[in-house]
Design a protein around this ligand. Structure first.
Ligand SMILES: [Zn+2]
Length: 234
């Protein structure tokens, strides 16, 4: 029997009473496991295995898919599940994990980032949600080996100066200086406040980022740039 600390990513009903779960574990990354009988009315297991829950999960493995023998929720993140907007954003994150992570590829740093994010996001007041969310995504890309270039031009490699217009190029993987932008495709204009935010996101833990003040408009624009960056890289 294996014991995992896991964040439940998703579940799929199979057969009459069963469910297949996808777990993101601290120990070995993504694990698929069967929950037998979890949909029976008397079963108590399902409540500890809801997507977006941090749980201790015991899996018996022989050949093929492991079977969940027991699970204890460590944190339900109730404040996320009771809040439609928060839940909507978290489900997008969980989906990203199920789509882009292979089974048994351990990454403790990514696990800790997700755990830390869920815990902070559950507690966050409405005015802090957006900065947390935005910074989480950029930190996730960075942890997965896609760190956007924010210090020098992603094309000519000259140090970015304080003044002048700048652009973000998803395909070049970072900021492009005012001299390089002509002829480039799919550029998004990026403000100096947005560049500052990006640098703060990449250099600081979430708890510090929570203290940063950012205007909603800047975060919104950064969100558009981030979705383009995600489309290009993942
Ligand atoms: Zn340049």
């Amino acid at each position: 029997m294996q014991k995992y600390t896991a964040i439940i990513l998703s579940s799929n009903d199979v057969g009459e009473y069963d469910r297949i779960y996808i777990l993101y574990t601290k120990e070995i990354g993504v694990v698929k496991a069967m929950g037998r009988g979890v949909r029976k009315q008397t079963a108590k297991l399902a409540g500890h295995l809801e997507p977006g829950t941090l749980s201790e999960v015991y899996v018996a493995r022989s050949r093929g898919m492991g079977q969940i023998t027991s699970a204890i929720a460590l944190d339900n993140f109730e404040n996320i599940k009771n809040n439609f907007e928060k839940l909507f954003e978290v489900l997008k994150i969980l989906k990203f994990f199920t789509l882009h992570f292979s089974e048994e590829e351990k990454d403790e740093k990514v696990f800790e980032l997700l755990e830390e994010f869920l815990s902070a996001f559950a507690k966050a007041s409405a005015d802090k949600e957006k900065i947390l969310l935005e910074s989480f995504w950029w930190k996730l890309f960075d942890a997965l080996g896609n760190r956007p270039e924010t210090m020098k031009c992603a094309k000519c490699e000259a140090r970015l100066e304080e003044k002048g217009e700048k652009y973000f190029s998803a395909c070049r993987g970072g900021i492009v200086c005012g001299k390089c932008f002509s002829g480039e495709q799919d550029l998004a204009k990026i403000s100096s406040d947005q560049i500052k935010l990006l640098r703060i996101f990449l250099a600081n833990p979430l708890e510090k980022i929570l203290k940063v003040k950012a205007r909603e408009m800047e975060l919104k624009g950064l969100g558009r740039i981030r979705r383009e960056f995600e489309r290009y890289n993942f």
